[in-house]
Design a protein around this ligand. Structure first.
Ligand SMILES: NC(=O)c1ccc[n+]([C@@H]2O[C@H](COP(=O)([O-])OP(=O)(O)OC[C@H]3O[C@@H](n4cnc5c(N)ncnc54)[C@H](O)[C@@H]3O)[C@@H](O)[C@H]2O)c1
Length: 357
């Protein structure tokens, strides 16, 4: 049954992921098109029920710009697949804090003369259901700042990035005490390296194979990959991606702990938003004889995350409608690489189906 309510979101970080999400909201207004979506309707909410009511960024080329233009502004390079009409939302300046790494100063161009808004007042004025955190990896202070601002403004929070907020007991409690919902951390892709790797590992073990070692190397050419050249900013991403696979092993009794190396591996500018993932798994099959799997996956990075986000937003609104508070674990396990509760993909599907029905 259709739901007459809208889901209001505000976005912090109008980069490639935001571009794909906003284009997706427009693209799937055409109810005839269902391919590309995991769920056409969630609790009666269609993708077109998502409405962007606010946007914060710090790049001078986006601040002050109509959102429909800002999503196409440099350095964004995500594919353009929908013609987004004027949204009525102008991007405002948020707090920079540690959002812009020293080596990214030419890529994210901050104009010191542009005044930031008071983020809490801004959120109170635009009244979103949720604030989405789409900041660069390594924005430890900035991500917490926006999470705290959401709480102060009475707004739920969705954390797409690998700064550990919704997966911590501290923020679960903070959001619960404020009567708000949140979900995170680090958005999963619809069919990406992490999902594929988790499936492979689960099914290999279920079918009696043992794994000695595994690597997953990812390369890409967008600002997300460029930002992660600095290994110090990358550490939480490596933890998040590794734990997403390691926790699958944790569900089984193993002969020995496998050796894992997982994470973004290089920035290749001419790839733009194309991401290439190489997975290699070696281990033992029946009779303890060796096997090796070698796999390459090429996808467009940002639309791949938008498909999951479109589900997460609608699921979190359902949770809010039901009066849930704090971190919603079923949604976090479904949509994120670093939830507080990390189970196998088969178990994720069972739990989210139980939540939805
Ligand atoms: N498939 C995916 O693309 C995927 C998957 C998982 C997680 N993520 C994460 O989502 C986040 C966003 O990814 P993206 O590709 O859109 O990144 P991006 O580099 O395209 O965009 C980041 C945006 O944040 C803005 N920004 C920087 N500091 C800010 C601040 N203090 N306040 C407000 N805005 C600020 C930048 O100007 C830029 O517009 C990244 O952390 C990424 O790792 C992406």
């Amino acid at each position: 049954m259709a739901n007459n309510q809208k889901i209001r979101i505000a976005i912090a970080g109008v980069g490639n992921c935001a571009s794909s999400l906003i284009q997706g909201i427009e693209y799937y207004k055409n109810q005839e098109i269902t391919y590309g979506l995991m769920h056409k309707s969630i609790g009666g909410y269609a993708p077109s029920d998502i409405e962007v009511v606010g946007a914060l960024d710090v790049d001078a080329r986006k601040v002050g710009t109509e959102l429909s233009e800002a999503i196409k502004s440099a350095p964004n390079c995500a594919a353009i697949f929908a013609d987004v009409p004027q949204t009525g939302v102008r991007v405002v300046k948020g707090e920079v804090l540690d959002g812009v790494a020293p080596h990214m100063k030419d890529r994210f161009q901050v104009d010191e003369d542009q005044e930031p808004v008071n983020v809490v007042d801004y959120l109170k004025s635009v009244q979103p259901d949720f604030l989405m955190c789409y900041l660069p990896v390594g924005s430890e202070k900035a991500a917490r700042f926006y999470a705290d601002a959401a709480i102060a403004a009475g707004v739920g929070f969705i954390n797409a990035i690998p700064v550990f907020i919704c997966s911590t007991p501290e923020y679960d409690k903070k959001f619960a005490e404020a009567g708000l919902v949140c979900a995170g951390d680090d958005i999963k892709s619809q069919f990406g390296a992490t999902f594929l790797n988790r499936l492979l590992v689960e099914h290999m073990i279920e079918r009696g194979f043992s794994i000695d070692n595994l690597y997953q190397l990812n390369v890409g050419g967008n600002t997300d990959f460029e930002n992660m050249i600095d290994e110090s900013r990358l550490s939480s991403k490596r933890i998040s991606k590794t734990s997403a696979v390691k926790t699958v092993f944790d569900n089984y009794e193993l002969k020995a702990e496998p050796s894992l190396r997982i994470g973004p591996s290089d920035y290749v500018p001419h790839l733009n938003d194309t991401k290439v993932c190489y997975i290699n798994v070696r281990g033992k099959q029946f009779g303890d004889v060796p096997f090796e799997l070698e796999l390459k996956l090429t996808v467009q990075d940002s639309p791949n995350s938008a498909g999951v986000m479109m589900d997460v937003i609608r699921m979190l609104k359902v949770a809010k409608d039901r009066g849930r508070t704090g971190t919603v674990q079923e949604i976090s396990s479904y949509g994120f690489k670093h939830p507080a509760v990390n189970v196998t993909e088969t178990e994720v599907t069972k739990r989210i189906e139980a939540f939805l029905h």
